[in-house]
Design a protein. Structure first.
Length: 451
């Protein structure tokens, strides 16, 4: 990285950044309060609020959003007449899955092989630290040249829409000229990337019932309709032979125009086992950025350990459907529900319930903010040109903000590059990426103010 005061300041702050990320990761802030204490999420929110106050933010507030979680808001005034930039991250995290499967404890930030491991280190508590580093570097080098709003969401991973609904009820709160969503990631470590599209998401819970109660499989099996077998057939109907998603009425043939994703690189990033084929058709970029994708997130049925010889009377599943830009997530949910009902065999009783939704998003990369970011990235990543890419994941707030503030320029950057393994066991962040992206964000704010 070329020597400049901003880069030098960020480099000097990295030990503090690690200490702060260690504190923030320690909060078990999963916004599922049936499984994790609410106090852990509230503790993380309070930590961020105090950090903003320390940096001179005014109007710092813990916002009680309609889904029962808290988002953290702060405002840092800039020079009179300056532009306003909103910086977004979220502090809630995915559950750690199998804690015993982690090489080091998931809520203890641990350095290993040049990376910092811990749940939320990249997605997206690291994004909170990135924003703080960028602002500190500017303050040390002449001041922050824009008005800054920070919003740290408390339930992004749950998809329950609390902050979206709060923003709609308070439309002036998050209004800005430019919005930096710090919840995406570079295409690979060292390649500066801005995400220009996001797939949306819908979550549908399916329950299949066939009997008044479980039956002995020896006495009734072969004629009694098995709810679990019926559910398996329903779930199988959602994929073609090659693994492509097949939801009746939902197009699945779009093409991605932009940076391509080589199959061998994808296999390495996804850690696909030797001999196991990829699913779907078209390019990898088509499949993960431009087309719908269904995933069975969970099934309620008896575990193998302790199973009895019974015909199951009831079974449930939670299905996620990712939908690309150009597809309405609400309509996709209706198509998914209709498909499930149409493909349930044997006249089994089926009930579907949509429990979460986020619309897809497409940004305008021709806007002035993108040039300001490209210039900043060129300094933070010498010799590299900023790339545009898609992301298969969803950030529901993006579409809400785009609807509320149609003139705002929205950019997505972040720490969730493939090696980070977000949502998986052994999630980690590259401290070098944290440093470079913090420099890039600081220089972006300066460039954007001058533009």
């Amino acid at each position: 990285m070329s020597s400049n005061p901003v880069a030098e300041t960020v480099a000097s702050l990295m030990p503090k950044a690690r200490a702060e990320l260690t504190e923030l990761v320690a909060f078990r802030s999963v916004a599922d309060f049936d499984l994790f204490p609410r106090s852990e999420s509230e503790g993380a929110a309070s930590w961020i609020a105090e950090a903003l106050r320390t940096e001179g933010f005014t109007d710092v507030a813990l916002l009680d959003t309609p889904d029962g979680t808290q988002s953290v808001y702060g405002y840092l005034p800039g020079p009179e007449g300056a532009k306003t930039v909103l910086l977004y991250a979220h502090y809630d995290v995915q559950p750690p899955l199998d804690e015993a499967g982690w090489t080091s404890p998931p809520f203890e930030l641990t350095e290993r092989d040049g990376r910092w491991y811990g749940r939320g280190s990249a997605d997206c508590k690291g994004g909170v630290i990135m924003h703080l580093l960028a602002l500190r570097a500017l303050k040390a080098d002449g001041g922050v040249p824009v008005h800054v709003k920070v919003i740290a969401e408390g339930s992004e991973e749950q998809g329950t829409g609390g902050l979206e609904r709060y923003a709609e009820q308070h439309p002036a709160l998050l209004e800005a000229d430019a919005i930096v969503i710090g919840d995406a990631g570079n295409f690979r470590v060292g390649l500066p990337t801005v995400t220009t599209t996001l797939r949306g998401m819908t979550l549908v819970r399916v329950q299949v019932d066939t009997l008044a109660g479980n039956l002995h499989s020896g006495q009734f099996g072969g004629a009694a309709p098995d709810a679990l077998a019926a559910l398996i057939r329903v779930l199988d109907s959602l994929r073609a032979e090659d693994g492509s998603t097949t939801v009746d009425g939902l197009a699945a043939d779009a093409r991605w125009e932009g940076l391509e994703y080589g199959e061998e690189q994808f296999r390495e990033d996804a850690k696909v086992l030797d001999g196991v084929g990829l699913i779907g058709s078209g390019t990898v970029a088509d499949r993960i950025w431009a087309r719908p994708a269904v995933t069975v997130l969970g099934i309620d049925c008896p575990p193998v350990a302790g199973a009895t010889p019974s015909v199951q009377s009831s079974a449930r599943a939670l299905i996620s459907l990712r939908v690309p830009p150009g597809v309405d997530a609400a309509q996709a949910a209706k198509l998914l529900q209709a498909h499930v009902e149409a493909h349930t065999p044997w006249g089994a009783v089926v009930h579907t319930e949509q429990i979460g939704q986020g619309q897809p998003f497409r940004a305008d990369p021709s806007s002035p903010a993108y040039q300001a970011m490209a210039d900043a990235m060129a300094v933070a990543y010498p010799g590299e040109t900023m790339q545009y890419t898609g992301q298969g994941g969803s950030i529901p707030l993006c579409n809400t903000l785009a609807g509320l503030y149609p003139r705002a320029e929205i950019l997505l950057i972040g720490l969730s590059e493939p090696e980070a393994q977000i949502h998986a066991v052994d999630e980690s962040v590259s401290p070098e990426e944290l440093e470079r992206l913090s420099v890039a964000e600081a220089l972006f704010l300066r460039n954007y103010a001058a533009g």
